[in-house]
Design a protein around this ligand. Structure first.
Ligand code: 5AD
Ligand code: SF4
Length: 514
């Protein structure tokens, strides 16, 4: 077994860590040489005072640039946009090593599974896929299969792979992406599983190569990690502490995308409203950043995800200027019950959320408003659930991502007793979805007859003769038009509203060349 847990290697385990390691269900210490550590969520939770290091010197070593010549790679990505973005980095690194991308598992020499740990069903899907790859590995023993992303940060996942999935050659964590060249080389040379997962607060690696997926929309990471520690959420443990990129690096990246013809960028972070709080030398936040990006010649700028707590007046003021800052606000509320919000440690109330939302809606009257909601948090009562329903009605959300609470090992909520049967949770989700869908349908209906600007993303998934794109408010629109319009902004007259999409007809051709 080859285990490279670099940071741990520099610090021998203390007594508490040794105890934790040995208290895991099975003792895997044989795999982890005495001074090395398995992934450790407790360690990952620590928030120290040391400075975040920004590295501008990433390079694929010359000796590793030819490793992939004549070989192909495939990356399967689960979960959020942050993972999509990380996959673009990994693809960029692999291409720098000479690999080419392929869409088929059958001719891939390297398969990376970029995983999501946010809910149990996301993890189950990944284990399903890992299981399927066993046969492929048997047929093609030279194939390298790697598991990365948030699940790799969990000791229980690493242990399960060690125990049951020896077809995996490589496991690496969210802080180890820049080490991919060395790890791939090691995995190719070694007969044993290579594991490198740093459980740390995290640094910033600036200049990793990136193979972006499209030429129309681009993700731009503005910060990494999360310090909010909502009691149900595993992200602060898997992604490290909040650390902001320097504004000049972000602005340069956006300018670069604008020069290359991108039409839309999405500023990314687990909690973008905390942007800049950790930049000790400047007083600079998301409002200031958006105000500068507003001046760059790119038609649309989005951002996700927001936390209501840090959504300040200056940001609202800047967003109200409109222009390329689109009028879509995604503001996760999670619950309409103050008691549940408290248990979730969201640090706002139903009332303060509504007040903030009204402030935003007053400043940006045509904004669409979307949210995330969790039902069935431990011990959620029927009344508390109904408070969520009344909040949704009052807020008239344009749409919502809704989830059943899923206990995540290592988070405080996972230790809470829970008296709500799963069946009740499922019924609550169905009731909530019914309400959300009726609101979405009504909001879409109100668009009928309007002419809306659509950024054409491609052919519709259901019908290749139809184009598909999104409005500034993030509504999906399908309409007929020539393929040359893909990547263009087109004004479309809405003719028919559906629950989740709109049908329309292209308006005047003269408006196509925006
Ligand atoms: N169970 C269910 N949903 C969760 N989310 C985060 N953690 C959990 C969990 N343990 C949801 C939240 C968050 C979205 C990205 O995922 O609603 O906003
Ligand atoms: Fe998770 Fe809360 Fe951070 Fe969002 S703000 S990533 S829900 S801990």
């Amino acid at each position: 077994m080859t285990v490279y847990l670099n940071k741990g290697a520099m610090h021998p385990m203390n007594e508490e860590q040794k105890k934790n390691q040995l208290s895991t269900e099975k003792d895997y210490s044989q795999y982890f040489q005495t001074t090395y550590r398995p992934p450790d969520l407790k360690q990952a939770k620590k928030r120290g005072k040391e400075n975040v290091e920004i590295h501008y010197d990433f390079d694929v070593p010359e000796s590793m640039k030819g490793i992939g010549a004549g070989k192909k790679f495939l990356i399967r990505t689960y979960g959020c946009q942050m993972n999509e973005h990380d996959s673009e980095n990994m693809a960029g690194i692999l291409m720098n090593m000479g690999f080419q991308s392929t869409a088929s598992v059958d001719n891939a020499d390297v398969i990376l599974i970029n995983t999501c740990a946010i809910r149990e069903n996301a993890e189950n899907k990944v284990f399903g896929e890992i299981g399927h790859l066993k046969a492929l590995k048997r047929e093609n023993p030279g194939l390298i299969i790697g598991v990365c992303g948030c699940m790799s940060q969990e000791e229980s996942v690493v242990n399960r792979i060690l125990e049951k999935h020896q077809q995996i050659d490589l496991i690496f964590g969210t802080h180890n992406i820049h080490r991919l060249p060395q790890l791939i080389k090691q995995a190719v040379m070694s007969k044993e599983m290579v594991i490198e997962v740093w459980s740390k607060e995290g640094d910033i690696i600036e200049n990793m190569p990136r193979a972006r997926k499209g030429k129309i929309q681009g993700w731009v990471n503005i910060m990494y990690g999360c310090d909010k520690f909502c009691t149900y959420c595993i992200v602060p443990y898997t992604r490290g502490k909040e650390r902001s990129r320097r504004p000049e690096d972000i602005i340069e990246e956006v300018r670069h995308l604008a020069r290359n013809g991108y039409k839309e960028i999405t500023l990314l972070g687990q909690n973008v409203n905390a942007y800049g709080k950790d930049l000790a030398d400047i007083d600079y936040g998301l409002g200031e950043l958006m105000d500068e990006i507003r001046k760059i010649d790119i038609p649309r700028v989005r951002f996700t995800t927001s936390h209501p707590r840090d959504f300040d007046d200056h940001l609202i003021e800047v967003l109200a200027k409109g222009e390329n800052l689109v009028e879509h606000i995604h503001l996760p509320v999670q619950s309409g019950s103050n008691a549940i919000l408290k248990l979730m440690a969201r640090k706002y109330t139903r009332e303060s959320y509504i007040e903030l939302a009204h402030k935003i809606k007053t400043a940006i009257p045509h904004a669409s408003f979307t949210t995330d909601i969790i039902v069935g948090f431990p011990n959620e009562t029927e009344e508390q659930f109904e408070e969520t329903l009344t909040l949704v009605k009052e807020m008239e959300f344009d749409s919502a991502f809704t989830y059943i609470y899923s206990p995540r090992d290592g988070t405080p909520a996972a230790n809470m007793q829970d008296n709500v049967p799963h069946d009740v949770k499922r019924k609550r989700l169905a009731r909530l979805n019914e309400l959300v869908n009726s609101l979405s349908a009504a909001k879409n209906k109100a668009c009928e007859g309007e002419v809306l600007e659509v950024l054409v993303e491609g052919e519709s998934r259901k019908n290749p003769d139809v184009l598909s794109g999104r409005t500034r408010t993030n509504r999906l629109v399908n309409f007929k038009g020539p393929k040359e319009w893909i990547g263009r902004l087109v004004d479309v007259q809405i003719t028919e509203a559906k629950t989740w999409s709109l049908n329309g007809e292209a308006a005047a051709l003269a408006e196509v060349n925006k």
